[in-house]
Design a protein. Sequence first.
Length: 377
Amino acid sequence: MFTMECLNAKEGDCIIFHFGSPALRRLAIVDSGSSGTYKQVLKKRLEELKVEISPSAPLYFELGMVSHIDNDHLKGFLDFFKREKAGKNFETDLLEFGKFWHNSFHHLTRHVSVATAGSITASSSVDLKQHLETLDDRDGRMDLILSSFAQGDRLEQHLHRWKIASNAPHHGTVSTAWNDVHLDGGVAITITGPNAKRLKELGDKWPEPDKKIETAAYLDKSVSNLSSITAVVRCEGASVFLTGDARGDDLVEGLEEKNLLNNGKAHFTVLKMPHHGSDRNMTQEFLENITADIYVFSANGKHDNPDAGTLKMLAAARPGATFTLAFTNPISAIKTKFHSGVAAPFDAALKKIKQDCTVTLVERDEAELSVNLELGN
């Protein structure tokens, strides 16, 4: 069996993979949605799965993964960890992880170490708190950047506190330097991003605290993109391209580095649309070369995602093709969150793609917590 379960993560991502056999179902989870996702959706789904799969023991996940340190991808995990006290009956009564992958700030710069007690401390080369507080906020994004760093470091603290293996089996920064990882139950994972060479350059160039303007510019241009873990997940002949919020050019570069392109092209069973279907991460050329049977849009209309422009590019990229568009929220609900004037172009783009292509629409039922994509026997 191989099922991709896409949960209602609001404007974020939260995916549970089911694999193995019906008699011995195994699980992996990628991202955990934004604020409220854990309490309103994820916890309920985990409780249902525990009853189904493991009523007398914690529900076991072979792998937990955060694609990158943005609120709409990791907040659910933070809420999970903080609701219980350390040492006794933490929600491992509900859930346990075999290993957990994420790239926090200290993974990216290699200047921040994790103390054995589990708290994040700055190494002698950089006082992290002082350094980040002096950064030049060139375009108003620094509060968001700092918040993301803090959340990533809090997640790292939780993992150490609960002795959950972080970034095993290779350890260090999750990057394209990793060899394929195989999970019990027949899953193989190829890491296609971030690029190991670029991460090394970031760590090597991370300056001393007095170079605040240079540091800010480097951060604004690089850190969010560089931190995104992207991967190809294979099981039972199916393949899923997990793209996080990465840009199209970075995604293609990662596929090329891992020898997954054939004459510049690749086809997957599922393409998780980057950045919730934003057209700012996408080009028509990407969609012409990187194709799929199923395109997953994990979005709820916030920030006007998914964009009408993305649907237009997909229609132009694959005229006459047959594929499925899967939405983690009902399309009618998505449109209610669009800014004024956005719904009409979205409707027009959706109509156009259905005219030019053979399209199956899959939407999460409002009464359900998730939408399931059956990819294997």
